[in-house]
Design a protein around this ligand. Structure first.
Ligand code: SF4
Length: 227
């Protein structure tokens, strides 16, 4: 078997490789074969961002301390910079004012990155869901990987969430782009940062607001014409 035949043998038909890059095919497939080792390293070396919003953050801090010792899961390196973190633990009430920097911080984290919503507030607004100043769940703005319910969740519950995240990482494969959308695609698109004015405005919903505005305008014109 020639070298070229060997590379063809390794070629993964799910991954379209341009003619001139055939020599890179071996790397792609080695990545696939090495999934378990690669994921083992990633799941045991998650760097959470130092970041807390409300009462839930106290339980998160307790989880990091000696009694519950999240270092057992390889997560003791808590970073103060989003540039060095790959896990955002949203622990606490997400206010409309705070969601703006939260999205900015998320955009600054390098891929692969994960979001864990800790507590009823981060998962869905919690006891403040109807509050004029509260976002009813951080997943309205960010892709959440793991939800840890509770008010507040205990450190054990948060550890359970860490284990759920580790299982998710274990199931990812570099050979399957659908399970690792960040792999081999260059920088991911930034999430549009919400704008805080009289109320919170999500740029992704601009077309809906424009449609509603146009409908309201045409209804007003029809009313004027009838009068
Ligand atoms: S879920 Fe409960 S404990 Fe956590 S931030 Fe909200 S009110 Fe506080």
């Amino acid at each position: 078997m020639t070298d070229n035949d060997f590379l063809k043998e390794l070629h993964n038909p799910d991954v379209p490789v341009p003619e001139g890059m055939q020599s890179a095919v071996a790397v792609t497939n080695i990545g696939r074969l090495m999934d378990s080792i690669y994921n083992w390293g990633r799941r045991n070396s998650i760097w959470p961002m130092a970041f807390g919003l409300a009462c839930c953050a106290i339980e998160m801090i307790a989880t990091a301390a000696s009694r519950y010792d999240q270092a057992r899961f390889g997560m003791e390196v808590i970073r103060a910079s989003p540039r060095q973190a790959d896990l955002m633990i949203v622990s606490g009430t997400v206010t409309k004012k705070m969601v703006v920097p939260i999205v900015r911080l998320y955009n600054q984290m390098p891929e692969p990155k994960y979001v864990l919503a800790m507590g009823a507030c981060a998962c869905g607004g919690g006891p403040f869901k109807e509050g004029y100043n509260v976002v009813s769940g951080v997943d309205k703005f960010l892709p959440v990987d793991v939800y840890v319910p509770g008010c507040p969740p205990t450190p054990q519950a948060l550890l359970h969430g860490f284990i759920a995240l580790q299982k998710k990482i274990d199931a990812q494969s570099l050979g399957n782009y659908n399970s690792v959308p960040w792999y081999g695609r260059g920088p991911s698109d930034a999430i549009p940062v919400p704008v805080l004015g009289p109320d919170l405005y999500d740029p992704r919903q601009g077309h809906i607001m424009r449609r509603q505005h146009e409908a309201a305008q045409s209804a007003a014109q029809d009313k004027q014409a009838d009068a």
